[in-house]
Design a protein around this ligand. Structure first.
Ligand SMILES: CSC[C@H]1O[C@H](OP(=O)(O)O)[C@H](O)[C@@H]1O
Length: 408
């Protein structure tokens, strides 16, 4: 099995173990090197999986969960086939899986997808290990199959999010008397480099594009990791989607001078009341969108919705190292065009861009309150704010009631 085939870039390449003695293969695109270098890194076990997530070689809420789950799948298969004595019973496999998932949970704290997947996979393994005639192999393979399913389901969910989101934007634009095509703004990277393929917010932009409804997409650079200028711009150029890069500081001026039909962002964790943790800078985009009367849309699979977290106040916001703010990596610009032609591609280098000694605050995410969000688009459809209950109370989006309609 390999990752979903598509013309979009592929962050994750996975193949299931072939013959019983051959190991599975998991390779991830090192996103710290994009867009200048395309390097896939092998992930052979949970230690590798934890590293590529923690270091942000792999990032994006769904991709984090999928890579973590598959890193355990390849390790589990390798141990089962190379040293089967490690797993004398089905229960020993269950214990191994629990231990490894707890370790993977420590890689990054904010995106709920990793924690949702871990809890779901633990249940799969408990059921398999307690089944009649359960064996080490049957229990391990139950885990591996469930982890593999995440790859395919994520792409299906993203295609569905794309359709629901594009329809909502076009209908709202038509109701506002706008043209048949729209201009939108997105933040961070929510495309094929943040998921198993197609993407969430960027999946809506892809759907608008392939259905002829996209006039133009604007993307913010998304300091300090630059997911926008390095990753989203890369995806948009790769697929020749009409797009323009702006600095984060330009977003309000853009909304004030261009007909932006919607701001579309992803999510790392949507709380039960619709408050949403997403890449730093999302909150101020929501404030600017509200001021300019621009719909603010969160696009997220149901695996990003955390009904166990009541409000955004309860979401842990990851803080990352200062160097990610004060240093920038990029491709060295040749002294002259002749130099560029004469030499091979210049090396990537890192430069320090801030006054040495300055303090740095580097929260990787912020929380947008539900009352600033026009809707949350999931694979099931569009979750809208409920009318505010009680005088003076802010409207919110009841995600529990929304998901209950689709409970299996
Ligand atoms: C498809 S959701 C991706 C989500 O994850 C990003 O954060 P990071 O790059 O730090 O993993 C950002 O918040 C995106 O909206």
């Amino acid at each position: 099995m390999t990752g979903p085939q598509s013309s979009t870039l592929q962050a994750i390449k996975y193949s299931r173990a072939g013959l019983s003695l051959s190991a599975g293969s998991l390779q991830v695109l090192d996103q710290l090197r994009l867009p200048f270098e395309t390097v896939y890194e092998n992930v052979a076990n949970c230690k590798d999986g934890h590293h590529v997530v923690r270091s942000m070689k792999v990032r994006g809420a769904p991709a984090i969960a999928i890579v973590a789950a598959l890193s355990l799948a390849v390790e589990l298969h390798f141990v089962l086939t190379s040293t089967p004595a490690v797993f004398p019973t089905a229960l020993s496999v269950q214990d191994f899986v629990d231990h490894k998932l707890n370790y993977l949970r420590t890689s990054r704290p904010t995106a709920v997808n990793l924690f949702e997947a871990a809890a779901r996979l633990e249940k799969v393994v408990v059921a398999a290990a307690s089944a009649m005639n359960a064996t080490s192999a049957s229990t391990a393979n139950a885990y591996i199959s469930a982890a593999e399913t995440m790859l395919e389901k994520d792409v299906e969910d993203n295609r569905s999010i794309g359709r629901h989101g594009a329809q909502a934007i076009i209908e709202a634009a038509a109701a506002a008397g706008a043209d048949n095509t729209v201009q939108v703004l997105t933040h961070c990277n929510t495309g094929s480099l943040a998921t198993a393929g197609w993407g969430t917010a960027l999946g809506i932009i892809r759907e608008l594009h392939v259905t002829g409804k996209l006039e133009h997409a604007y993307c913010t650079e998304t300091r300090p990791y630059n997911q926008g200028s390095r990753l989203t711009a890369y995806e948009l150029v790769h697929e020749q989607i009409p797009a323009t890069l702006i600095c984060d500081s330009m977003a309000s001026a853009l909304m004030n001078t261009r007909k932006i039909a919607a701001v579309i962002v992803g999510a790392d964790r949507v709380a039960a009341n619709g408050d949403t943790a997403n890449k730093i800078g999302t909150y101020q985009l929501a404030i600017a969108a509200r001021y300019h009367g621009v719909p603010f849309i969160v696009a997220a699979p149901s695996t990003s919705i955390d009904l166990n977290t009541a409000t955004g106040a309860d979401i842990v916001i990851e803080e990352r190292a200062a160097v990610e703010v004060v240093r920038v990596s990029g491709r060295k610009v040749p002294a002259s065009d002749e130099a560029a032609e004469a030499t091979s591609a210049p090396a990537t280098e890192t430069v320090h861009v801030a006054a040495p000694g300055i303090n740095v605050w580097n929260p990787a995410f912020d929380v947008t309150p539900s009352h600033l969000i026009t809707c949350v688009v999931t694979e099931h459809g569009v979750a809208l704010p409920s009318t505010s209950s009680g005088a003076g109370s802010q409207p919110s989006i009841d995600m529990k009631a929304f998901l209950a309609k689709f409970a299996q």
